[in-house]
Design a protein around this ligand. Structure first.
Ligand code: PMP
Length: 402
C-alpha cells in the first residue's frame, strides 16, 4: 500500500485531453480545432524560418556557453522585450521606471506577478474575465487568493463585450483588487474592448486603485501589427497606472515549448521598480532558481537585428493573415449554407480563437460525427482550419446546428 493511495485524482485538462483523443483518432478527415497553436495551411506546426536561421548561427557560435543566466534572466532580452511591448520611445523606459524580468513564458510571468501582489502587497481579491483562459482561475486558487471573482465579459446575446457588466463588477470589487486583463485577442472569446471602452475600463481601474495585470500572449499575432496589439498596455502605462504585463513569445515567435516570456513592470518611480524586481527575484530564486536561455537568446537576437526583425514581422504577418483568411472563409461558407444564426462574430472577433456560440451538445455532435475536435465552450482555434478542411468543418457546424 502507498501512503498516497487515498489522494484524489486531479482533474484532467480539457485541451490536452482533446489533443490526445485527436492523436488517437484514425478517421481520415479528423480536424483539430482545440489547442492554441499555429498551424500552416497543411495543418502542420510551423517553426518560423527566422528562428531556424538564428538557431543555426547559435549552434555555430562557440562563445555561447551553458552557464547559468542571472536569476531574473538575460538583461538584454528583458530590455528588448520591454521595449517591444511598451514601444522603444516610451517615456517610462527613459525615466528608468519600466523594466522586465524573464519568466517561464506568459504563464510563469503571470504567476510571478500574482504571487508578488498576494504576498508582498497584501492583495487578496483577484478577478478574471468570465470566461477566461482556464489557467487564470487555477493560479488564483493555487496562490491562495481568498476572494476569487470573475467579471462579466461575454455577452451571449450580442456575441460581443458586456461592457456595462464588466465595469459594474470592477466597481463592486474591493479597492486594490488584482484584475487580470487580456491585452489583445481575448482567449477564448476573440472579443476585445475598443479604444474608447479601454478608456472607461482604465478610469475604473484607477478610481478603484486596482492592480492591472495585463496578459499579453498574442502581440503581433492578433492583427499582424505589433504596435496595434500592444495598444492597451501602452495606454494603461500612459495613464499613470503602475502595471504588470505578462508577455509571451510562444505564439508570435512560435516558440511554444521554449517557455520564453518577460514580465514587464511599469512603476511610478525608478526606486519602486528596483524594489519590485528585487522581490520577484527572490520568488524566482526559491522556485526555479533561474530561467532557461535558449529561447531568450533567439528572441533577443531577432529583436536587435534590423534584418532579422523585418523577417520576423513578415512571419507574423503570414500567420495573422492566414487566420483572417480562415475567418472570412468560414463565415462565408456558414452563410452560404444558410446556417441558422448570425455569423458576423466570426470575422468581428480577433486572434487565434473564435467563440462560435456552439453549445456543448453541438460540440459533442461535431466531435462524434465529424471528428472535428472543439472545446466544450464552443471555442475553436482558427489555425486548425485549412483550405483543405474548411468546407468539411462548415458542413459539420451546419449539421450540428440544424
Ligand atoms: N494567457 C493567455 C490568454 C493564453 O491564451 C495563453 C496561451 N494559451 C497564455 C497566457 C500562456 O501562454 P504561454 O505560457 O505559453 O506563454
Amino acid at each position: 500500500t502507498s501512503r498516497f493511495g487515498d489522494i484524489a485524482h486531479g482533474p484532467s485538462v480539457e485541451v490536452f485531453e482533446l489533443v490526445a483523443k485527436f492523436n488517437e483518432d484514425t478517421h481520415p478527415s479528423k480536424v483539430n480545432l482545440s489547442v492554441g497553436a499555429y498551424r500552416t495551411n497543411e495543418a502542420k506546426p510551423w517553426v518560423l524560418p527566422v528562428v531556424r536561421k538564428v538557431e543555426a548561427s547559435m549552434a555555430a557560435d562557440e562563445t555561447l556557453t551553458k552557464e547559468y543566466l542571472p536569476i531574473t534572466g538575460m538583461p538584454q532580452f528583458c530590455e528588448a522585450a520591454t521595449s517591444l511591448v511598451l514601444g522603444a520611445d516610451n517615456p517610462a523606459i527613459a525615466e528608468k521606471r519600466a523594466g522586465g524580468v524573464q519568466g517561464i513564458d506568459a504563464t510563469g510571468c503571470l504567476w510571478l506577478a500574482m504571487k508578488f501582489l498576494r504576498e508582498l502587497c497584501g492583495a487578496n481579491t483577484i478577478l478574471a474575465s468570465n470566461p477566461s483562459w482556464g489557467n487564470h482561475l487555477l493560479m488564483f486558487r493555487q496562490l491562495k487568493y481568498e476572494d476569487v471573482r470573475e467579471y462579466r465579459y461575454w455577452d451571449a446575446s450580442s456575441k460581443g463585450l458586456d461592457l456595462t457588466g464588466m465595469l459594474e463588477d470592477l466597481k463592486t470589487a474591493p479597492d486594490g483588487s488584482v484584475v487580470v486583463l487580456h491585452a489583445c485577442a481575448h482567449n477564448p472569446t476573440g472579443v476585445d474592448p475598443t479604444h474608447e471602452q479601454w478608456g472607461q475600463i482604465c478610469d475604473v481601474m484607477k478610481a478603484k486603485k486596482h492592480y492591472p495585470l495585463l496578459d499579453c500572449a498574442y502581440q503581433g499575432f492578433a492583427s499582424g501589427d505589433l504596435a496595434m496589439d500592444a495598444w492597451a498596455v501602452r495606454f494603461f502605462a500612459s495613464q499613470g497606472l503602475e502595471i504588470f504585463a505578462a508577455q509571451s513569445f510562444a505564439k508570435n515567435f512560435g516558440l511554444y515549448n521554449e517557455r520564453v516570456g518577460n514580465l514587464t513592470i511599469v512603476t511610478a518611480t525608478p526606486d519602486a521598480l528596483e524594489r519590485v524586481k528585487s522581490q520577484i527575484k527572490m520568488i524566482i530564486r526559491g522556485m526555479y532558481s533561474n530561467p532557461p536561455a535558449h529561447g531568450a537568446r533567439i528572441v533577443n537576437t531577432t529583436l536587435r537585428d534590423p534584418a532579422l526583425f523585418a523577417e520576423w514581422q513578415g512571419c507574423i504577418k503570414t500567420m495573422a493573415d492566414r487566420v483572417l483568411m480562415m475567418r472570412a472563409g468560414l463565415r462565408k461558407r456558414l452563410e452560404n449554407l444558410g446556417t441558422p444564426g448570425t455569423w458576423n462574430h466570426i470575422t468581428d472577433q480577433i486572434g487565434m480563437f473564435s467563440y462560435t456560440g456552439l453549445n456543448p451538445t453541438q460540440v459533442a455532435y461535431l466531435v462524434k460525427e465529424y471528428h472535428v475536435y472543439v472545446m466544450k465552450s464552443g471555442r475553436i482555434n482558427m489555425c486548425g482550419l485549412t483550405t483543405g478542411n474548411i468546407d468539411y468543418v462548415a458542413k459539420g457546424i451546419y449539421d450540428a446546428i440544424i
